[in-house]
Write a protein that binds this ligand. Structure first.
Ligand code: NAP
Length: 230
């Protein structure tokens, strides 16, 4: 049975991927900071699902989570670095140093932290796919979301360089998920977010798309197809 590890799974795309991969027969481990949804998710299948309460910016809780998930389910076949935040819409010069650093701590250092704990185990196992969730704003820009854009352009660069370092058998992919109606989208798009698909519908396309990634996808920058592309 394949094991997928997903960061940031209490709502939005992370939660939809937990449910979608579980339904597809995968073993799933994941975490987020919110306790309430963790209990709800855990109830869908305790035998091959383990969700923890962890903040991706904290070193020891992340290390302990990875160790616990690997001892129970084995080295993940797939790591999805999904946890992220967006800044409140504002021009860059009005964003406080604290808010800027917090965003980078989650969106960039959080991804690095997961890679530091999981990739050595994948290298030992001789296999593994890392999906770093990027964004359209990792390949283009808009005003008022400069810190978020900077973090996702960094994800694209980090993934591309990591692809050149990984040994044969492993792969890293930067994945733009498309535009989906989540709490994050409502923060930057307001009411227009409702024009976009909900996470559960998105996951029906995204989960089988991601599940096919393998070593031959190393270094690719991909986008989840939308309903209209099918
Ligand atoms: N929605 C879109 O249209 C869209 C477009 C392009 C890219 N993306 C990317 O897709 C991914 C998911 O976004 P989303 O729209 O689903 O956002 P979301 O609804 O805001 O969900 C973000 C998830 O990340 C978790 N998270 C945030 N900070 C965390 C931390 N410090 N430690 C652990 N978990 C943390 C949140 O859980 P807690 O708050 O409970 O910790 C939540 O489960 C992100 O990487 C985002 O940048 C989304």
């Amino acid at each position: 049975m394949k094991h997928v590890m997903i960061s940031g799974c209490s709502r939005g795309l992370g939660k939809a991927m937990v449910q979608g991969f579980h339904r597809a027969g995968w073993t799933v481990s994941g975490f987020a900071r919110s306790r309430n949804v963790i209990d709800e998710l855990q109830s869908i299948g305790a035998d091959r699902l383990e969700i923890h309460q962890v903040d991706v910016t904290e070193e020891k809780p992340v290390a302990d989570f990875v160790e616990a998930a690997i001892s129970r389910f084995g080295v993940p076949d797939l790591l999805i670095n999904n946890a992220a935040m967006i800044n409140a819409n504002a021009p860059l010069w009005e964003i406080s140093q604290n808010d800027f650093e917090q965003l980078m701590a989650v969106n960039l250092s959080g991804v690095h932290r997961m890679i530091r704990y999981v990739v050595p185990r994948m290298i030992e196992a001789g296999r593994g796919v890392i999906v770093n969730i990027s964004s359209g704003w990792g390949r283009s820009t808009s005003p008022e979301v400069a810190p978020y854009c900077a973090s996702k352009w960094a994800i694209e660069g980090l993934s591309s360089a990591l692809a050149q370092e990984l040994p044969h058998g492993l792969a890293v992919i930067a994945l733009n998920p498309g535009i989906i109606d989540t709490a994050m989208l409502r923060s930057c798009f307001g009411g227009d977010a409702s024009l976009y698909p909900d996470p559960a519908d998105w996951a029906k396309i995204a989960v089988p798309f991601i599940a096919k990634f393998g070593a031959t996808h190393n270094g690719k920058s991909l986008t989840v197809p939308s309903e209209m592309d099918r």
